[in-house]
Design a protein around this ligand. Structure first.
Ligand code: ZN
Length: 178
């Protein structure tokens, strides 16, 4: 267990560092600093260490092993960069448009997750592939789907550095989401 705790600590800290670098590129330094801090809380840290595998999220493993992940329920209730935070079954619009800063933090989170889990095998196409094939679009407002379609398409063509610019992301967000 101690070894898994150490490996999990290294993984989440590496992920956090990459999110910080990506967020800083677009001026969202505070979002980068506070990103995923709740992963260091006991509820999230101990469960995720227990189900650490290294190549995918321990939350997926926990869901399989124990039906639900308490770490995930804790995490999504506190972190606005997750679409699930905003989703409300009882609201007239179940999946609202998410404010700009959290949308961009979400983007940086997705890119960082791909970079950390794929390692050397990461390519600019990977975030688009993940978005198209794995992400559940029902949890997103249609405007947000259009925004991410555009952003991930452009990243697959031109790379992260070309797209992760304040002006470009603001322009795309205003185009689709306002
Ligand atoms: Zn998170």
């Amino acid at each position: 267990m101690l070894k898994k705790m150490w490996l999990h600590f290294k993984l989440i800290t590496k992920h956090k560092w990459i999110v910080f670098r990506l967020c800083s590129k677009v001026g969202l330094i505070w979002r980068g600093l506070v990103h995923d801090l709740s992963k260091y809380s006991p509820t999230e840290f101990f469960e995720s260490s227990k189900y650490y595998v290294g190549y995918k999220s321990p939350i997926q493993v926990a869901r399989q092993e124990r039906v639900y992940s308490a770490a995930w329920l804790h995490h999504k209730g506190r972190n606005k960069h997750h679409e699930e935070y905003w989703y409300d079954f009882n609201a007239p619009v179940k999946a609202p448009v998410i404010p700009y800063k959290y949308t961009v933090e979400m983007l940086c989170d997705n890119l960082a997750a791909g970079i950390v889990y794929k390692g050397k095998d990461f390519t600019n196409d990977y975030p688009l592939w993940y978005w198209k094939n794995i992400k559940n679009k029902d949890v997103f407002h249609p405007k947000m789907v259009e925004f991410f379609d555009d952003v991930f398409e452009e990243i697959s063509k031109n790379g992260i550095d070309a797209v992760l610019k304040k002006e470009i992301l603001k322009e795309k967000y205003n185009k689709y989401c306002s």
